[in-house]
Design a protein around this ligand. Structure first.
Ligand code: ADP
Ligand code: MG
Length: 685
């Protein structure tokens, strides 16, 4: 339970003085529902105004407060703007320009009366001009702050009002005991958190205050992850060291890449320890992570343990079992699959085999960790496509065995280096930074969806030449139902063109066996086109499919597009990815798609996407339910995450239960940034 001292800060905005339903509704559009959201709604900058007796060259481009007397109105004809000419105290003429001819402008600027205008002073030809100035009565101008914080706004709330609201939220923020390591605090010369928050509102350019808040947020994140690490590694694990009797017999049609060999060594090194492995394997789409997983699992089996591999989708689980079955049958290792679909006898047989140890390797969806699934000696868990799972799932898995199993998490989401710590701070990281040889890079084209008929014609030629293709339908709103509807519509169109027996359809709403049947006939080549929603995003491997069309490409995250593109280019033939874009595209949207065309390097794409869009949206964070940062910028993360990680680890080394004075303060920090679950770990651990 949240400590009482923080309760006022977590009150709903309606409970605040002077906040009515209208304000609450408007604020909700900005994601602000509680006092703390207001307190953390920090200004994005400041305006500096300058009082001046008259216009002059040195004031050009500045926000100026000027006393003027309007002397002529020139109403705009048609779309021409309304112009009001006014004189300042030096008798300069200032043109006050208003677009859309607002009625209030003429009323507020009566001819011959003195008024104060506030706005950016421009030159217009050899005249002075202000576009859409604020207009005030002379008496009101005395209250005008020369410097004002600028807030992110929404319709119905002015900057002035937003500032009042933010300060009301701030009032609810208590002074709290310090959680930052004293030497670090002294070195950085940061204010205490309450002061830092207040200062961030009053002096948005106060970088040290703002940085402290970023640090607090990153520290909460690092502390939560390191609590996870602590819990996962508290119990002793079982060292697993293979003797090579299976790996030696493994028949591969190719050699390991250097990177694969290196990470296999790292993994074997971890597994030989009695501390359970906690390792993240990052490798771009197609870099050959599955084989690394197989080698790790064989290592476990050779050492007498069982291994389980968790896949995010049924399709992927089935694909893995197909590959593994071939490879393992030949060397005498038993594999089995368990998903929600295994029922009755088949299911019983798998459960028996796991319990009596006759099954060595199990592949499946989260069914493999259900309560009544018992393993004789589970020694290794592999999670494929980790980015599809959240932190809490990582935790759940390690509870499956008495002695915690080794954990290998794999992901193709190319996370920028700077974000790896904040996403997977509790793990050691290995990277496959080399592609298997002989791959031809996928050629990527960005085409306007006006050209849809041409693209379909091109698809026809591709099929006639014996090729296969994926057709990915756009993300629709967030409801699976409409995704499915869009896919069905597109499939109908393509079926009319290429024949019903050549076009398959797969989406998340379909029943498992139906999906399998479609996948199987696509893999066997019976189907030429597979129309799909993003269910094919992860892992699917059909090397003969060398064309992928993605509709509504601008709606996808770049990491996701990169994943989708990774479905082709898996054989040695040339492959092509066509990104169909809508006709209304923002500047950023254009730049993002151009980047996809320019590079096949997943890490570069991730870094750039981060730069173009900000950290919250990338990485499918929402998909996996992980939180993005609200204060810390990517630059802050890059700079502060290593420090915060050290700080958090040091604190936990000394005070694993967060019981000391500083430990208690650190708990507050976890609550403040809503890492409540991490505090929960302390209780269960
Ligand atoms: P991912 O890392 O995306 O999971 P996969 O493990 O599915 O990639 O591997 C992609 C393809 O590359 C597979 O068809 C696999 O057989 C092949 N592959 C894996 N390792 C190598 C290698 N060292 N040399 C050549 N091909 C390889
Ligand atoms: Mg894979």
């Amino acid at each position: 339970m949240r400590p009482e001292i923080l309760n006022p800060l977590f009150a709903e905005v309606e409970a605040l003085k002077g906040v009515g339903p209208a304000n609450a509704k408007a604020l909700a559009r900005l994601g602000i529902t509680r006092a703390i959201d207001l307190a953390f709604h920090l200004p994005t900058g400041t305006i500096d105004r300058i009082r001046a007796p008259a216009a002059s060259g040195s004031l050009l481009g500045r926000i100026v407060i000027l006393e003027v007397k309007p002397f002529e109105v020139r109403a705009g004809q048609g779309r021409a703007p309304l112009r009001i000419f006014a004189a300042d105290s030096d008798d300069n003429t200032i043109t006050l320009t208003f677009f859309n001819n607002p009625g209030w402008a003429k009323k507020q600027l009566p001819l011959g009366e003195t008024r104060i205008v506030v706005g950016k002073l421009d030159a217009y030809g050899d005249e002075w001009q202000m576009v859409h100035p604020e207009v005030l009565e002379p008496a009101a101008s005395a209250d005008l702050a020369l410097r004002e914080s600028v807030y992110g706004l929404t319709e119905g709330i002015s900057n002035k009002r937003m500032r009042e609201l933010a300060l009301t939220g701030l009032e609810r923020a208590p002074e709290l005991a310090e959680w930052i390591e004293p030497s670090l605090l002294a070195r950085e010369n940061w204010p205490a958190w309450r002061a830092a928050l207040a200062e961030s509102h009053s002096e948005p350019t106060a970088t040290s205050a703002r940085k402290r808040l970023s640090y607090d947020e990153i520290f909460a994140n690092q502390l939560a992850l390191n609590l996870l690490r602590q819990i996962a590694r508290r119990k002793r694990g079982v060292p697993l060291q293979g003797d090579g009797r299976f790996t030696q017999k493994l028949q591969l049609p190719y050699h390991l890449t250097g990177a694969q060999a290196r990470v296999i060594d790292e993994i074997r090194g971890d597994m030989a320890q009695d501390k359970p492995m906690l390792r993240l394997l990052q490798g771009d789409v197609g870099s050959g992570k599955t084989l690394v997983a197989l080698r790790a699992m064989l290592e476990a089996v050779e050492a007498g343990a069982q291994a389980a591999m968790l896949a995010p989708t049924e399709i992927l689980a089935r694909q893995h079992i197909a590959t593994l079955q071939c490879q393992c049958a030949a060397i005498g290792v038993t594999v089995a699959i368990l998903t929600g679909r295994e029922k009755g006898r088949a299911r019983e047989a798998v459960l028996m085999g796991l319990a009596d140890g006759s099954i060595d390797i199990l592949v499946g969806t989260h069914a493999i960790f259900q309560q009544h699934v018992f393993y004789k000696r589970l020694g290794l868990i592999v999670i494929d496509e980790q980015h599809r799972f959240g932190v809490s799932q990582r935790l759940l898995l390690s509870e499956k065995a008495e002695r915690p199993p080794h954990l290998l998490a794999m992901t193709a989401t190319p996370i920028p280096r700077t974000l790896t710590l904040t996403q997977y701070g509790e793990m050691d990281v290995s990277r496959i930074d080399e592609m298997p040889p002989g791959r031809t890079p996928v050629e990527t084209l960005v085409i306007s969806d006006e050209k849809l008929p041409d693209v379909i014609a091109g698809l026809g030629r591709h099929l006639a030449a014996g090729g296969q293709a994926y057709w990915v339908c756009p993300l629709v709103e967030e409801s699976e139902k409409s995704d499915a509807a869009a896919a069905e519509e597109r499939a109908a169109l393509l079926r009319a063109r290429f024949g019903a027996d050549r076009v398959g359809l797969i989406h998340g709403r379909m029943k498992g066996p139906d999906k399998d049947a479609v996948m199987a006939s696509f893999a066997s080549g019976d189907l030429g086109v597979l129309v799909a929603t993003t269910v094919i995003e992860v892992g699917v491997d059909v090397p003969n499919s060398t064309l992928i069309v993605v509709e509504g490409a601008e709606r996808f995250g770049l990491a996701q597009l990169h994943q989708l593109r990774g479905r082709v280019g898996r054989g040695s033939g040339a492959s092509r990815c066509i990104l169909l874009r809508g006709q209304m595209l923002t500047e950023t949207g254009r730049a993002r798609l151009a980047l996809m065309r320019e590079t096949n390097d997943g890490f570069r794409i991730a870094e750039e996407d981060l730069r173009l869009r900000g950290p919250g949206e990338i990485l499918g964070l929402r998909q996996s339910g992980e939180q993005a940062f609200k204060v810390a910028t990517p630059e802050d993360v890059a700079e502060l995450a290593p420090m915060a990680n050290d700080d958090a680890r040091l604190l936990l080394d000394r005070d694993g239960g967060l019981a000391s004075e500083r430990g208690q303060a650190a708990r507050l920090c976890l609550y403040l940034f809503e890492r409540d679950a991490a505090v929960g770990l302390l209780r269960s651990g």
